[in-house]
Design a protein around this ligand. Sequence first.
Ligand SMILES: [Ca+2]
Length: 408
Amino acid sequence: MHKFIHSFTVLSLLTCGRVSATPVNTSTPNIIIMLMDDMGWGDLGVFGQPSKETPNLDKMAAQGMLLPNFYTANPLCSPSRAALLTGRLPVRNGFYTTNGHARNAYTPQEIMGGISSDELLLPRLLKKKGYVSKIVGKWHLGHRPQYLPLEHGFDQWFGAPNCHFGPYDSSKTPNVPVYNNSEMVGRYYEEVKPHSDLPEALSFIHQQSVSQQPFFLYWAPDSTHSPVYASKSFLGRSQRGRVGQVLSWLSVLGIEQNTFVLFTSDNGAAVMSGPNQSGSNGPFLCGKETTFEGGMREPAVAWWPGHIPEGSVSFQLASVMDLFSTSLSLAGVPLPDRTLDGLDLTPILLHSRPDNNSSLADRPIFYYRGNQLMAVRLGPYKAHYWTWSNSLEEFKLPLHQEDLSYHF
Ligand SMILES: [Ca+2]
Protein backbone atom coordinates (compact mmCIF):
# COMPACT_ATOMS: atom_id res chain seq x y z
CA MET A 1 0.00 0.00 0.00
CA HIS A 2 2.87 2.35 0.84
CA LYS A 3 4.15 2.03 -2.71
CA PHE A 4 0.84 3.10 -4.20
CA ILE A 5 0.54 6.10 -1.87
CA HIS A 6 4.01 7.19 -2.85
CA SER A 7 3.23 6.69 -6.52
CA PHE A 8 0.08 8.74 -6.17
CA THR A 9 2.10 11.55 -4.59
CA VAL A 10 4.55 11.43 -7.47
CA LEU A 11 1.75 11.60 -10.03
CA SER A 12 0.09 14.44 -8.17
CA LEU A 13 3.25 16.50 -8.33
CA LEU A 14 3.02 16.38 -12.11
CA THR A 15 0.14 18.77 -11.95
CA CYS A 16 1.66 21.05 -9.33
CA GLY A 17 4.41 22.68 -11.34
CA ARG A 18 8.15 22.65 -11.01
CA VAL A 19 9.84 21.62 -7.78
CA SER A 20 13.37 22.49 -6.68
CA ALA A 21 15.89 22.46 -9.52
CA THR A 22 18.80 20.04 -9.36
CA PRO A 23 22.17 21.41 -10.43
CA VAL A 24 23.04 20.40 -13.99
CA ASN A 25 25.80 17.82 -14.05
CA THR A 26 26.60 16.97 -17.63
CA SER A 27 29.64 14.89 -16.70
CA THR A 28 27.37 12.09 -15.52
CA PRO A 29 23.95 12.80 -17.05
CA ASN A 30 21.05 10.59 -16.16
CA ILE A 31 20.21 8.08 -18.88
CA ILE A 32 16.75 6.82 -19.74
CA ILE A 33 16.22 4.23 -22.44
CA MET A 34 12.56 3.80 -23.31
CA LEU A 35 12.27 0.47 -25.06
CA MET A 36 8.83 -0.29 -26.42
CA ASP A 37 7.74 -3.79 -27.33
CA ASP A 38 6.74 -4.67 -30.90
CA MET A 39 6.12 -1.01 -31.73
CA GLY A 40 6.66 -0.40 -35.43
CA TRP A 41 8.35 2.39 -37.32
CA GLY A 42 4.96 3.51 -38.58
CA ASP A 43 3.39 3.80 -35.16
CA LEU A 44 4.57 7.38 -34.66
CA GLY A 45 2.60 10.30 -35.99
CA VAL A 46 5.84 12.15 -36.67
CA PHE A 47 6.66 9.58 -39.37
CA GLY A 48 3.53 10.54 -41.21
CA GLN A 49 1.15 7.76 -40.33
CA PRO A 50 -2.23 9.48 -40.73
CA SER A 51 -4.16 7.08 -38.51
CA LYS A 52 -1.79 7.36 -35.55
CA GLU A 53 -1.90 10.11 -32.97
CA THR A 54 1.20 10.26 -30.80
CA PRO A 55 1.34 13.89 -29.67
CA ASN A 56 3.84 13.29 -26.88
CA LEU A 57 6.27 11.43 -29.12
CA ASP A 58 5.83 14.03 -31.83
CA LYS A 59 6.61 16.73 -29.28
CA MET A 60 9.62 14.74 -28.08
CA ALA A 61 10.92 14.65 -31.65
CA ALA A 62 10.26 18.38 -32.07
CA GLN A 63 12.35 19.01 -28.96
CA GLY A 64 15.06 16.52 -29.90
CA MET A 65 16.35 14.40 -32.75
CA LEU A 66 14.52 11.96 -35.00
CA LEU A 67 16.52 8.97 -36.24
CA PRO A 68 14.70 7.41 -39.22
CA ASN A 69 17.49 4.88 -39.89
CA PHE A 70 17.58 3.24 -36.49
CA TYR A 71 17.74 -0.57 -36.32
CA THR A 72 17.39 -3.41 -33.90
CA ALA A 73 19.96 -6.20 -33.81
CA ASN A 74 17.35 -8.93 -34.20
CA PRO A 75 13.65 -8.93 -35.05
CA LEU A 76 12.56 -10.63 -31.84
CA CYS A 77 12.36 -9.52 -28.20
CA SER A 78 15.03 -11.51 -26.36
CA PRO A 79 18.03 -11.26 -28.68
CA SER A 80 17.25 -7.61 -29.36
CA ARG A 81 17.31 -6.78 -25.66
CA ALA A 82 20.45 -8.84 -25.07
CA ALA A 83 22.16 -6.90 -27.87
CA LEU A 84 21.08 -3.52 -26.49
CA LEU A 85 22.37 -4.24 -22.99
CA THR A 86 25.67 -5.82 -24.12
CA GLY A 87 26.42 -3.68 -27.18
CA ARG A 88 27.05 -6.89 -29.10
CA LEU A 89 25.33 -8.85 -31.81
CA PRO A 90 23.47 -11.93 -30.60
CA VAL A 91 25.99 -14.16 -32.41
CA ARG A 92 28.68 -12.54 -30.29
CA ASN A 93 26.96 -12.41 -26.90
CA GLY A 94 25.61 -15.94 -27.29
CA PHE A 95 21.92 -15.07 -27.18
CA TYR A 96 20.83 -16.92 -30.27
CA THR A 97 19.74 -20.36 -31.35
CA THR A 98 20.69 -22.57 -34.25
CA ASN A 99 17.79 -25.00 -34.02
CA GLY A 100 15.53 -24.37 -36.95
CA HIS A 101 17.58 -22.74 -39.64
CA ALA A 102 17.62 -18.98 -39.14
CA ARG A 103 15.03 -18.95 -36.41
CA ASN A 104 15.43 -16.55 -33.52
CA ALA A 105 16.45 -17.00 -29.92
CA TYR A 106 13.48 -16.53 -27.68
CA THR A 107 12.85 -17.15 -24.01
CA PRO A 108 9.47 -18.76 -23.38
CA GLN A 109 8.35 -19.16 -19.80
CA GLU A 110 9.68 -22.71 -19.54
CA ILE A 111 13.19 -22.06 -20.93
CA MET A 112 16.18 -23.20 -18.88
CA GLY A 113 18.80 -20.72 -20.13
CA GLY A 114 19.43 -17.01 -20.15
CA ILE A 115 22.02 -14.27 -20.59
CA SER A 116 25.57 -15.50 -20.02
CA SER A 117 27.36 -14.48 -16.85
CA ASP A 118 30.37 -13.72 -19.06
CA GLU A 119 28.54 -10.79 -20.63
CA LEU A 120 29.00 -7.28 -19.24
CA LEU A 121 25.69 -5.48 -19.22
CA LEU A 122 25.35 -1.71 -19.37
CA PRO A 123 24.20 -1.12 -15.74
CA ARG A 124 27.19 -3.00 -14.37
CA LEU A 125 29.59 -0.72 -16.24
CA LEU A 126 27.69 2.47 -15.37
CA LYS A 127 28.11 1.58 -11.72
CA LYS A 128 31.78 2.58 -12.10
CA LYS A 129 30.58 6.19 -12.15
CA GLY A 130 28.10 5.79 -9.35
CA TYR A 131 24.98 5.25 -11.45
CA VAL A 132 21.99 3.63 -9.80
CA SER A 133 20.17 1.46 -12.34
CA LYS A 134 16.62 0.26 -12.49
CA ILE A 135 14.73 -1.80 -15.01
CA VAL A 136 11.00 -1.23 -15.09
CA GLY A 137 9.13 -3.71 -17.23
CA LYS A 138 10.08 -6.73 -19.28
CA TRP A 139 13.45 -8.43 -18.89
CA HIS A 140 13.22 -11.44 -21.21
CA LEU A 141 16.80 -12.62 -20.78
CA GLY A 142 15.99 -15.70 -18.73
CA HIS A 143 13.70 -16.29 -15.75
CA ARG A 144 15.86 -18.58 -13.59
CA PRO A 145 17.33 -16.84 -10.52
CA GLN A 146 20.87 -16.57 -11.90
CA TYR A 147 19.66 -14.77 -15.03
CA LEU A 148 17.45 -12.11 -13.45
CA PRO A 149 18.31 -8.37 -13.65
CA LEU A 150 19.81 -7.92 -10.18
CA GLU A 151 22.35 -10.61 -11.04
CA HIS A 152 23.54 -8.58 -14.02
CA GLY A 153 24.15 -5.11 -12.64
CA PHE A 154 20.71 -3.62 -12.09
CA ASP A 155 20.12 -2.31 -8.58
CA GLN A 156 16.35 -2.37 -8.81
CA TRP A 157 13.67 -4.08 -10.85
CA PHE A 158 9.94 -3.86 -11.08
CA GLY A 159 8.51 -6.03 -13.78
CA ALA A 160 8.37 -9.50 -15.20
CA PRO A 161 10.89 -11.86 -16.75
CA ASN A 162 8.54 -12.44 -19.67
CA CYS A 163 5.65 -10.81 -21.54
CA HIS A 164 2.23 -10.35 -19.98
CA PHE A 165 1.01 -13.49 -21.70
CA GLY A 166 -2.31 -14.89 -20.61
CA PRO A 167 -4.47 -14.63 -18.67
CA TYR A 168 -4.27 -18.36 -18.15
CA ASP A 169 -6.77 -20.41 -16.29
CA SER A 170 -4.77 -23.60 -16.07
CA SER A 171 -2.34 -24.60 -13.34
CA LYS A 172 -0.16 -26.06 -16.09
CA THR A 173 0.48 -22.56 -17.46
CA PRO A 174 0.22 -20.05 -14.63
CA ASN A 175 0.34 -16.34 -15.36
CA VAL A 176 3.72 -14.63 -15.60
CA PRO A 177 5.30 -13.68 -12.25
CA VAL A 178 5.99 -10.02 -11.45
CA TYR A 179 8.94 -9.00 -9.30
CA ASN A 180 9.83 -6.11 -7.06
CA ASN A 181 13.62 -6.48 -7.02
CA SER A 182 14.25 -10.13 -6.16
CA GLU A 183 10.88 -10.66 -4.52
CA MET A 184 7.93 -11.99 -6.46
CA VAL A 185 4.97 -9.74 -5.69
CA GLY A 186 2.30 -11.41 -7.78
CA ARG A 187 1.29 -12.55 -11.22
CA TYR A 188 -0.14 -10.70 -14.17
CA TYR A 189 -3.94 -10.63 -14.20
CA GLU A 190 -4.06 -11.93 -10.64
CA GLU A 191 -2.31 -9.41 -8.37
CA VAL A 192 -0.70 -7.12 -10.98
CA LYS A 193 -2.19 -5.42 -14.03
CA PRO A 194 -0.07 -5.18 -17.19
CA HIS A 195 -0.12 -1.34 -17.03
CA SER A 196 1.57 -0.99 -13.66
CA ASP A 197 4.98 0.28 -14.68
CA LEU A 198 4.64 4.07 -15.00
CA PRO A 199 4.41 4.95 -11.27
CA GLU A 200 7.46 2.78 -10.66
CA ALA A 201 9.46 4.71 -13.24
CA LEU A 202 8.34 8.12 -11.93
CA SER A 203 9.02 7.15 -8.35
CA PHE A 204 12.54 5.97 -9.19
CA ILE A 205 13.32 9.20 -11.05
CA HIS A 206 12.08 11.19 -8.08
CA GLN A 207 14.15 9.21 -5.60
CA GLN A 208 17.32 9.64 -7.63
CA SER A 209 16.65 13.31 -8.18
CA VAL A 210 16.37 13.86 -4.43
CA SER A 211 19.52 11.88 -3.71
CA GLN A 212 21.32 13.61 -6.62
CA GLN A 213 22.83 10.34 -7.74
CA PRO A 214 23.08 9.75 -11.48
CA PHE A 215 20.67 7.08 -12.65
CA PHE A 216 20.06 4.71 -15.52
CA LEU A 217 16.42 3.89 -16.08
CA TYR A 218 15.72 1.09 -18.53
CA TRP A 219 11.99 1.54 -19.04
CA ALA A 220 10.73 -1.48 -20.95
CA PRO A 221 6.94 -1.61 -20.83
CA ASP A 222 5.43 -4.40 -22.89
CA SER A 223 1.95 -2.93 -23.23
CA THR A 224 2.29 -2.67 -27.00
CA HIS A 225 2.97 -6.42 -27.22
CA SER A 226 -0.09 -8.62 -27.68
CA PRO A 227 -2.34 -9.30 -25.85
CA VAL A 228 -3.20 -5.61 -26.11
CA TYR A 229 -5.42 -3.86 -23.59
CA ALA A 230 -6.44 -0.33 -22.78
CA SER A 231 -6.66 0.90 -19.22
CA LYS A 232 -9.86 2.75 -18.30
CA SER A 233 -8.31 6.19 -18.49
CA PHE A 234 -7.35 5.61 -22.13
CA LEU A 235 -10.17 3.34 -23.25
CA GLY A 236 -11.68 4.62 -26.47
CA ARG A 237 -8.99 7.27 -26.93
CA SER A 238 -6.21 6.90 -29.42
CA GLN A 239 -3.80 9.32 -27.76
CA ARG A 240 -1.40 7.88 -25.23
CA GLY A 241 0.38 9.80 -22.54
CA ARG A 242 2.96 7.79 -20.65
CA VAL A 243 6.06 8.98 -22.50
CA GLY A 244 4.87 12.54 -22.05
CA GLN A 245 4.39 11.97 -18.34
CA VAL A 246 7.97 10.78 -17.95
CA LEU A 247 9.37 13.78 -19.85
CA SER A 248 7.12 16.20 -17.96
CA TRP A 249 8.25 14.67 -14.72
CA LEU A 250 11.88 15.41 -15.61
CA SER A 251 10.93 19.04 -16.17
CA VAL A 252 8.95 19.20 -12.95
CA LEU A 253 12.00 17.93 -11.08
CA GLY A 254 14.25 20.36 -12.94
CA ILE A 255 16.53 17.63 -14.30
CA GLU A 256 15.55 17.70 -17.98
CA GLN A 257 18.84 19.31 -18.99
CA ASN A 258 20.71 16.64 -17.09
CA THR A 259 18.89 13.64 -18.52
CA PHE A 260 19.48 11.94 -21.85
CA VAL A 261 16.42 10.06 -23.13
CA LEU A 262 16.25 7.68 -26.06
CA PHE A 263 12.95 6.21 -27.23
CA THR A 264 12.86 3.15 -29.49
CA SER A 265 11.41 -0.35 -29.89
CA ASP A 266 12.86 -3.87 -29.65
CA ASN A 267 11.56 -5.09 -33.00
CA GLY A 268 9.06 -4.24 -35.70
CA ALA A 269 5.31 -4.47 -35.33
CA ALA A 270 3.92 -7.99 -35.18
CA VAL A 271 1.88 -7.89 -38.33
CA MET A 272 1.00 -11.57 -37.84
CA SER A 273 -1.12 -10.41 -34.89
CA GLY A 274 -2.91 -7.81 -36.97
CA PRO A 275 -4.98 -5.93 -37.46
CA ASN A 276 -6.32 -5.58 -33.91
CA GLN A 277 -3.24 -6.70 -31.94
CA SER A 278 -0.52 -5.21 -34.13
CA GLY A 279 1.12 -1.88 -34.75
CA SER A 280 2.29 -0.47 -38.07
CA ASN A 281 5.60 -0.65 -39.86
CA GLY A 282 4.67 2.24 -42.09
CA PRO A 283 5.92 1.79 -45.65
CA PHE A 284 8.25 -1.10 -44.81
CA LEU A 285 7.92 -4.72 -45.84
CA CYS A 286 6.81 -7.41 -43.36
CA GLY A 287 7.45 -7.10 -39.62
CA LYS A 288 8.51 -8.86 -36.45
CA GLU A 289 10.50 -12.07 -36.93
CA THR A 290 11.68 -11.03 -40.38
CA THR A 291 14.85 -9.32 -41.53
CA PHE A 292 12.98 -7.16 -43.96
CA GLU A 293 12.83 -3.50 -42.98
CA GLY A 294 9.50 -3.88 -41.21
CA GLY A 295 11.06 -6.27 -38.74
CA MET A 296 14.34 -4.49 -38.15
CA ARG A 297 13.91 -0.73 -38.56
CA GLU A 298 12.64 0.94 -35.42
CA PRO A 299 11.21 4.30 -34.47
CA ALA A 300 13.81 6.30 -32.56
CA VAL A 301 13.85 9.70 -30.90
CA ALA A 302 16.70 11.17 -28.86
CA TRP A 303 15.91 13.93 -26.35
CA TRP A 304 18.18 16.01 -24.15
CA PRO A 305 17.16 19.68 -23.91
CA GLY A 306 20.07 22.04 -24.23
CA HIS A 307 22.34 19.37 -25.70
CA ILE A 308 20.57 17.72 -28.63
CA PRO A 309 19.47 20.26 -31.26
CA GLU A 310 15.71 20.81 -31.28
CA GLY A 311 13.78 19.52 -34.24
CA SER A 312 16.82 17.84 -35.79
CA VAL A 313 16.86 14.74 -37.99
CA SER A 314 19.83 12.44 -38.52
CA PHE A 315 19.83 9.80 -41.23
CA GLN A 316 22.83 8.11 -39.63
CA LEU A 317 22.56 4.30 -39.72
CA ALA A 318 22.23 3.45 -36.04
CA SER A 319 21.44 0.45 -33.87
CA VAL A 320 20.13 -0.44 -30.44
CA MET A 321 23.66 -1.72 -29.78
CA ASP A 322 24.90 1.87 -30.13
CA LEU A 323 22.98 2.74 -26.98
CA PHE A 324 25.52 0.70 -25.03
CA SER A 325 28.58 2.61 -26.27
CA THR A 326 26.71 5.93 -26.34
CA SER A 327 25.58 5.59 -22.74
CA LEU A 328 29.09 4.74 -21.58
CA SER A 329 30.42 7.72 -23.51
CA LEU A 330 27.88 10.05 -21.91
CA ALA A 331 28.79 8.73 -18.48
CA GLY A 332 32.53 8.93 -19.10
CA VAL A 333 33.02 5.19 -18.61
CA PRO A 334 35.71 3.55 -20.79
CA LEU A 335 34.51 0.86 -23.17
CA PRO A 336 35.14 -2.67 -21.91
CA ASP A 337 38.04 -4.63 -23.37
CA ARG A 338 36.04 -6.82 -25.73
CA THR A 339 34.64 -6.72 -29.23
CA LEU A 340 31.63 -4.45 -29.47
CA ASP A 341 29.21 -4.00 -32.36
CA GLY A 342 27.71 -0.72 -31.22
CA LEU A 343 29.20 2.71 -31.86
CA ASP A 344 29.28 5.91 -29.86
CA LEU A 345 26.60 8.13 -31.38
CA THR A 346 27.41 11.26 -29.39
CA PRO A 347 29.14 12.96 -32.38
CA ILE A 348 25.80 12.64 -34.18
CA LEU A 349 23.49 13.37 -31.30
CA LEU A 350 25.30 16.29 -29.77
CA HIS A 351 26.85 18.01 -32.75
CA SER A 352 24.98 16.82 -35.88
CA ARG A 353 28.20 16.35 -37.79
CA PRO A 354 27.91 12.93 -39.43
CA ASP A 355 30.27 13.95 -42.24
CA ASN A 356 33.01 14.60 -39.72
CA ASN A 357 33.12 11.03 -38.52
CA SER A 358 33.83 8.49 -41.26
CA SER A 359 33.62 5.54 -38.88
CA LEU A 360 29.98 6.39 -38.30
CA ALA A 361 29.26 7.22 -41.92
CA ASP A 362 30.59 3.91 -43.22
CA ARG A 363 29.17 1.57 -40.63
CA PRO A 364 27.17 -1.44 -41.84
CA ILE A 365 23.96 -2.80 -40.34
CA PHE A 366 23.85 -6.60 -40.10
CA TYR A 367 20.57 -8.48 -40.19
CA TYR A 368 20.81 -11.82 -38.42
CA ARG A 369 18.42 -14.55 -37.51
CA GLY A 370 20.02 -17.16 -35.32
CA ASN A 371 23.58 -17.44 -36.61
CA GLN A 372 22.52 -16.86 -40.21
CA LEU A 373 23.51 -13.55 -41.77
CA MET A 374 20.42 -12.68 -43.76
CA ALA A 375 21.24 -9.22 -45.09
CA VAL A 376 23.57 -6.24 -44.80
CA ARG A 377 22.87 -2.56 -45.24
CA LEU A 378 25.63 -0.09 -46.07
CA GLY A 379 24.72 3.48 -46.89
CA PRO A 380 21.67 3.47 -49.17
CA TYR A 381 22.21 -0.16 -50.25
CA LYS A 382 20.91 -3.38 -48.76
CA ALA A 383 22.01 -6.84 -49.88
CA HIS A 384 19.75 -9.80 -49.10
CA TYR A 385 21.67 -13.07 -48.87
CA TRP A 386 19.02 -15.34 -47.51
CA THR A 387 15.33 -15.14 -46.74
CA TRP A 388 13.19 -17.45 -44.72
CA SER A 389 9.68 -18.70 -45.24
CA ASN A 390 7.65 -21.54 -43.84
CA SER A 391 8.26 -24.93 -45.41
CA LEU A 392 5.40 -26.77 -47.05
CA GLU A 393 5.76 -29.47 -44.40
CA GLU A 394 5.34 -26.89 -41.66
CA PHE A 395 2.17 -25.50 -43.19
CA LYS A 396 0.74 -29.01 -43.03
CA LEU A 397 1.37 -29.29 -39.26
CA PRO A 398 -1.52 -28.94 -36.84
CA LEU A 399 -1.57 -25.47 -35.31
CA HIS A 400 -0.21 -26.44 -31.88
CA GLN A 401 2.80 -28.18 -33.44
CA GLU A 402 3.47 -25.14 -35.54
CA ASP A 403 3.55 -23.01 -32.42
CA LEU A 404 6.19 -25.26 -30.87
CA SER A 405 8.38 -25.07 -33.93
CA TYR A 406 8.14 -21.28 -33.69
CA HIS A 407 9.40 -21.21 -30.14
CA PHE A 408 12.38 -23.49 -30.66
CA1 LIG B 1 9.24 -7.44 -28.97
